[in-house]
Structure formats: structure tokens, C-alpha cells
Design a protein around this ligand. Structure first.
Ligand SMILES: CC(C)(COP(=O)(O)OP(=O)(O)OC[C@H]1O[C@@H](n2cnc3c(N)ncnc32)[C@H](O)[C@@H]1OP(=O)(O)O)[C@@H](O)C(=O)NCCC(=O)NCCS
Length: 152
């Protein structure tokens, strides 16, 4: 992660990358090929916008083989059990990842200017299965405390 874009431009160190995997509020999916790790997705079900995919990466030599899409499908399946929304951010300079998410049905909903580094934005995307009021409450997991749910 630390030696790959977009994290080089974002100034993400190896230490900061490691901390992401040690955070108990995060879920981690690992993709392996012949027992070797080739990709990961990190997401969280906790917080006001639960269902946030924080990081997704596949090692350069294993890209364009469907591994990133498979990681996304697994993360989404887990999130959609608990919430009708999946959120994620893409750096404004990461055009290929943006295309990848748009093809997977994500819609741009906002821009966070100068969020990590001056001159670059983080673009907030959402994939939705509909409003919270139509979401089956029985399908929600017990981990969804603290979400923003319409009060009426
Ligand atoms: C985005 C990423 C996870 C996709 O993983 P993947 O296993 O290559 O995904 P898939 O094989 O399912 O889909 C491939 C598509 O991803 C897109 N893609 C996005 N970034 C890419 C990259 N750096 N290299 C190759 N493909 C990339 C391409 O559109 C590609 O389509 P193509 O094969 O027709 O060219 C992977 O490319 C990656 O790790 N990129 C660098 C890290 C990154 O940008 N992560 C997203 C941060 S928000």
C-alpha cells in the first residue's frame, strides 16, 4: 500500500498503513492466490455513515484479473446485510479507480476538497439499495449502533 498509488501521493507511510489493519473497528478481507496474499479490502460497519469501504488494493502483478471486483462483491454483501448504503472515497487523481467504481454502480455524491493533501480532493461515492425507511430492520446486524436513521 505504502509503495503504491494513490497512497504515495497521499503521503501514507508504511506505519500509517499498518495501523489501518490493527484498528479493531475495521473489517479486513484478504484475497490470496496459491496461499500468497494478493489483495485486500478494509471496511467498517461502525459510525454515522456505516458501510464505508476505506481501502481496496490488489498487487500490481495480479490486477485486471477480477480480484478487486471479487473483494468489492464480498465487502458489499457484508455491508448490505446491515445497511442499504455502501460509501467509499476515491482520490481525484485516481481516474482508473473512479472508472472501476462507476462501472460497479457507484454514484458521485460529493467532493471533499484538500482533504488529505492540498490540491487534491477525495470524491465521495455511494451505492444504494434505497432509503433507510424501506430497509428491512430484521436484516440489520447488531453492529449498527450510531447510524443516522430517519427518526420518523
Ligand atoms: C482498483 C483495483 C483495486 C482494482 O483491482 P483489480 O483486481 O485490478 O480489479 P478487476 O480485475 O476486478 O477490474 C479491473 C479494472 O480495474 C480498473 N483499474 C483501476 N485502477 C487500476 C490500476 N491501477 N491498474 C489496473 N487496473 C485498474 C481498470 O478499469 C480495470 O479494467 P481493465 O482490466 O479492463 O483495464 C486495483 O487496480 C488497485 O489496487 N489499484 C491501486 C490501488 C487503488 O487505486 N485502490 C482504490 C483506492 S480508492
Amino acid at each position: 500500500m505504502a509503495s503504491s498509488e494513490p497512497w504515495i501521493t497521499l503521503g501514507r507511510t508504511l506505519e500509517a498503513s499498518r495501523r489501518l489493519f490493527e484498528d479493531p473497528s475495521r473489517d479486513v478481507l484478504l484475497a490470496t492466490l496459491d496461499d500468497a496474499p494478493v489483495g485486500f479490502a478494509v471496511f467498517t460497519l461502525i459510525g454515522p455513515f456505516s458501510g464505508y469501504i476505506q481501502s481496496l488494493a490488489v498487487i500490481p502483478t495480479a490486477r485486471s484479473a477480477g480480484i478487486g471486483s471479487a473483494l468489492m462483491r464480498h465487502a458489499e454483501a457484508r455491508i448490505f446485510e446491515a445497511s442499504p448504503n455502501v460509501f467509499l472515497c476515491v482520490s481525484s487523481f485516481n481516474d482508473r479507480a473512479r472508472d472501476f467504481y462507476e462501472r460497479a454502480g457507484y454514484e458521485l455524491i460529493g467532493e471533499l476538497r484538500d482533504y488529505f493533501v492540498r490540491g487534491h480532493s477525495e470524491l465521495l461515492f455511494r451505492k444504494s439499495r434505497g432509503p433507510w425507511n424501506d430497509f428491512d430492520a430484521n436484516a440489520r446486524s447488531s453492529e449498527d449502533d450510531g447510524q443516522i436513521i430517519p427518526a420518523n
